[in-house]
Write a protein that binds this ligand. Sequence first.
Ligand SMILES: C[S@@+](CC[C@H](N)C(=O)[O-])C[C@H]1O[C@@H](n2cnc3c(N)ncnc32)[C@H](O)[C@@H]1O
Length: 220
Amino acid sequence: MIKVIPTSDKSNTLYSEQFDEHYHSTHGAINESMHIFIKEALLYSSLKKATIFEVGFGTGLNAFLTFIESLKNDLSITYISLEKYPVDIDTSKQLNYADIIAPEYLSEFMKMHSSAWNEQVIINNGFKLIKILDDFNQYELKEKVDIIFFDAFSPDTQPELWSFPNFKKLYNALNDNGILITYSSKGIVKDNLRKAGFVVKRLKGPVGKRHIIRAEKKNI
Ligand SMILES: C[S@@+](CC[C@H](N)C(=O)[O-])C[C@H]1O[C@@H](n2cnc3c(N)ncnc32)[C@H](O)[C@@H]1O
């Protein structure tokens, strides 16, 4: 069972009874995603053309924010997003991200949710979306990517997702100077990222979260 929950910046998030977790911080879903995934990864990379791989499509908030950023900054984005437990269309209609951020792009947000799985969908010239219905634990990336949005449920709830073999798989899929960004700065997460070869940096988190992690693949 999934419930729609308001957060402090008025944007909604979802609560999963199955995992007993919210999809975002209750201190503000948009605020959190903007800080972590847009500011500290997409804008930090300063790439004009990028392939992004996301673990956990969920509400589509990160995809939608990236799409809006691609319009603002004239970016060319291929956005590949993996999901094991898709949000149904009635629930996605209750997510108020387009209303808050850019009501004129509501149809693009809904297209992200209603579009077919496992095929490339053109949202507009600068934004291609490929949603993949699969379990990250057994998924093998076929393409090289520039940025990884690692947005699974927490390492306490899903420790196997945050494991060394999974981070190694992501490290191997990254281009040189590629970035992995995630909201958890737990010790085991940093250790597994370092073991996989990443240079790990702790950054200031959004409201309600002390630290987040940016891990980079440096070509030494
Ligand atoms: C913290 S939520 C965030 C989702 C999304 N990025 C968002 O902003 O709404 C975690 C997501 O990971 C998905 N997930 C959980 N286990 C997974 C797995 N084994 N493989 C792929 N996705 C998974 C969940 O269904 C959920 O959508």
